[in-house]
Write a protein that binds this ligand. Structure first.
Ligand SMILES: NC(=O)c1ccc[n+]([C@@H]2O[C@H](COP(=O)([O-])OP(=O)(O)OC[C@H]3O[C@@H](n4cnc5c(N)ncnc54)[C@H](OP(=O)(O)O)[C@@H]3O)[C@@H](O)[C@H]2O)c1
Length: 241
């Protein structure tokens, strides 16, 4: 069995996932970088390997159940462990322009777009958790970070992007349910909002870099045994659900 901690980061080819993969590798983990296309994830992994990081690429569309099963099988066969799961892959499929009605109103949003958004932002994390928790349970230790958003906060829910908001609220519910069920297993499960970051999703006007947004995700991935579970955080500080 691998001696290092093994971290799985989805959506690691770019944006927040790439920064998280680099920082977890810098903290001593072997990072399995999961991406949708071989070309992009191989290139991203090569970039980190060339700067001395222990990372490996893995191709999987996280919305594909058989690809998630194949990922779990590789973890068991090749490494015999999975310590950290960062459910980072996400999509915002609604138009970003406030002037476009579909991005603003729950009354006109295309339910098919909502379903596709759910598939990536909420159901894929559920599948990954179901596939990887058995490994964590075997070793009696684990950290799961669901990369959520303040846009999923029920406390602040208003206007725009209903599909994205509902998917992140569902991810937050998944966080609570999983943390509750794993209470006592030394597996911590938390949701993290990275803040508004300059990535393909966040756009160039965002105030934070991807590296800044990644810090709070890495914090939750490396929590000590007396750290919190079942919470929602930004920069290591609790957020309202
Ligand atoms: N940026 C922000 O301001 C912000 C704020 C709050 C929360 N977040 C959350 O942070 C996470 C990362 O976002 P980001 O800003 O880094 O976005 P991004 O630059 O658009 O990156 C998203 C990543 O997810 C991957 N992905 C999408 N669908 C996938 C699928 N079906 N299977 C595998 N990978 C898939 C993409 O892969 P491809 O390269 O193949 O498309 C890409 O690597 C998301 O969950 C997002 O909701 C972002």
């Amino acid at each position: 069995m691998l001696a290092q901690k093994l971290a799985v980061v989805t959506g690691a080819a770019r944006g927040l996932g790439f920064s998280v993969a680099r920082e977890l590798a810098a903290a001593g983990c072997l990072v399995l970088m999961v991406g949708r296309t071989a070309e992009a994830i191989d290139q991203a992994a090569r970039e980190l390997q060339e700067s001395g990081h222990t990372v490996l690429p893995h191709v999987a569309d996280v919305t594909d159940a058989s690809a998630v099963a194949a990922l779990a099988a590789r973890l068991r066969r090749e490494f015999g462990r999975a310590d950290i799961l960062v459910n980072n892959a996400g999509v915002l499929l609604e138009p970003k322009d406030f002037a476009v009605p579909q991005s603003a109103s729950v009354l006109v949003v295309d339910p098919e777009i909502v379903a596709l958004t759910y598939a990536c932002n909420a159901l894929a994390p559920l599948r990954l958790i179901q596939a990887i928790v058995p490994l964590m349970r075997d070793q009696g230790w684990g950290r799961i970070v669901n990369v959520s958003s303040s846009m999923g906060q029920l406390a602040e829910m208003s206007g725009c992007w209903p599909g994205y908001r509902m998917s992140k609220a569902a991810l937050n519910a998944l966080t609570r349910l999983t943390a509750n069920e794993l209470d006592g297993d030394r597996i911590k499960v938390n949701a993290v909002c990275p803040g508004w970051c300059r990535t393909a999703m966040g756009g160039q006007d965002a105030p934070r870099s991807a590296d800044e947004g990644a810090r709070g995700i890495v914090w939750a991935a490396l929590l000590p045994d007396d750290g919190p579970s079942g919470g929602f955080f930004r920069d290591g500080k609790p957020l309202d659900w």
